[in-house]
Design a protein around this ligand. Structure first.
Ligand SMILES: Cc1cc2nc3c(=O)[nH]c(=O)nc-3n(C[C@H](O)[C@H](O)[C@H](O)COP(=O)(O)OP(=O)(O)OC[C@H]3O[C@@H](n4cnc5c(N)ncnc54)[C@H](O)[C@@H]3O)c2cc1C
Length: 382
């Protein structure tokens, strides 16, 4: 593997939505970076992604929104709301990067700070040592990079999510409406993507069969169909006729507790975090991906503003640290609210105590009286 001279570079660990968006945001500001991705190709697990208005604002800043708007039609809503295939989002972000930005098959084994200089030292799985100037951990829920800051491992809600696509060759009859149907502890969301394609998700309490099913598409479908017994016929048929290869089962919903996000530092030297590595949240608001896009815009803006970076990426260590502090401060305010709202929804869904449920309902009503207020956020210009 050739990384080049990483002493001058910004290394982004993880080539998911956040890593690619961060590299693109930096590129738009004329700042070079390299993305180290452990897989051998672009990761695109998770079927589809709902993108609210705030996410579209970030995609606009990244200069890829108009391209992505062509791939799906808008859902009936007061403001922009669309579902994207994850593969479309990932490949559009990657295609807009300079060649050779993403290095595949590069798994980061550890990140440490040099005890003398407090500069980051990265060790890859193959033993290669890198000494980049800045490291941004976009390595997702089980982030290796966050170890350097002592961030606690995420918690789990024993909630399982199954997602998939169903194709309707003769067109579906669902219009362009997002519908959410609930029966006992099971909830099904349905979002038409085009006239012939529907994205759906189902959440319910974890069952003992979920572990065995997670790698077996036929079993996932079986579990899905079983879970929607008693739902309207159109829902049952949607599950029965789903595209097997699209199915994805998330066994447990993971999250960083709001108080952990508040307490833990998100910078150590010139190492910082973005996306799920910083703020994993339950999928109940469909905001994790959009928050990662916002992170990318804010991070690149802060780095560019504070360090007045020229194309070769220079800027003193202190300036970079100030930029990262500014970024963390701005983002913590935003993601704390998101993580608190998703935490309360998750807790309400997860708990068997009627009292705890009631507390969650009351807190949600008081703190988040405008339930969709989170979509109005504007991360600002790049
Ligand atoms: C069921 C479910 C539904 C969701 N639905 C939505 C939705 O509709 N809308 C929305 O906005 N969000 C949604 N989310 C949240 C969203 O998927 C995440 O917030 C988003 O994918 C986070 O992106 P990321 O790049 O931070 O992390 P990831 O997508 O996890 O990417 C991390 C990348 O880092 C790589 N990596 C990890 N470790 C290393 C290492 N050591 N070295 C090198 N590379 C490494 C991985 O291979 C991966 O490519 C949902 C989440 C779930 C669980």
């Amino acid at each position: 593997m050739e990384i080049g001279d990483t002493r001058e570079s910004i290394v982004i660990v993880g080539g998911g939505i956040c890593g690619l968006a961060t590299a693109l945001a930096l590129h738009r500001k004329g700042i070079r970076s390299v993305v180290l991705e452990r897989s051998n190709r672009l990761p695109a697990t998770g079927v589809a992604i709902i993108v609210h208005l705030n996410g579209w604002r970030a995609l606009d800043q990244l200069g890829v929104a108009s391209l992505l708007r062509q791939t799906s039609f808008p859902i009936l809503s007061k403001e922009e709301l669309r579902v994207l295939k994850r593969t479309d989002l990932i490949s559009v972000l990657a295609d807009n990067l300079p060649p050779n930005t993403v290095r595949f098959g590069c798994e980061v084994h550890s990140v440490k700070l040099n005890p003398g200089t407090s500069s980051p030292v990265l060790q890859l799985q193959d033993g290669t040592i890198l000494n980049p100037k800045v490291v941004i951990g976009c390595d997702g829920v089980n982030s290796i990079v966050s170890n350097v800051m002592g961030v606690k491992a995420p918690n789990i809600f024993r909630i399982c999510v199954i997602r998939g696509f169903t194709r309707y060759p003769d067109g579906h009859e669902f219009g362009s409406e997002f519908t959410l149907t609930r029966k006992d502890d099971t909830q099904v969301g349905r979002l038409p993507m085009t006239k012939n394609l529907v994205y759906w998700f189902m959440t319910r309490k974890h069952s003992s069969q979920d572990s065995a099913a997670s790698k077996d598409q036929k079993l996932i479908r079986e579990l899905g169909v079983k879970s929607v017994e008693g739902f309207p016929t159109s829902t049952i048929e949607m599950f029965q006729n789903c595209e097997l290869e699209s199915l994805h089962l998330t066994e447990y919903v993971r999250y960083h507790a709001p108080w952990d996000i508040l307490r833990k530092p998100s910078r150590a030297g010139t190492v910082s975090l973005a996306g799920d590595a910083m703020h994993t949240m339950g999928p109940f608001l469909a905001q994790g991906g959009s928050a990662a896009l916002e992170d990318a815009v804010v991070l690149a803006r802060c780095l560019a503003q504070k360090t007045c970076v020229n194309p070769s990426g220079r800027g003193t260590k202190l300036m970079v640290e100030e930029a990262l502090d500014q970024y963390v401060k701005e983002r913590k305010t935003r993601v704390l609210r998101l993580s608190l709202q998703t935490y309360l929804i998750g807790k309400m869904f997860h708990t068997s105590s009627q009292f705890v449920k009631l507390i969650c309902v009351v807190l949600l009503a008081i703190l988040f009286s405008e339930a969709h207020g989170h979509t109005h956020y504007d991360c600002g210009s790049l």
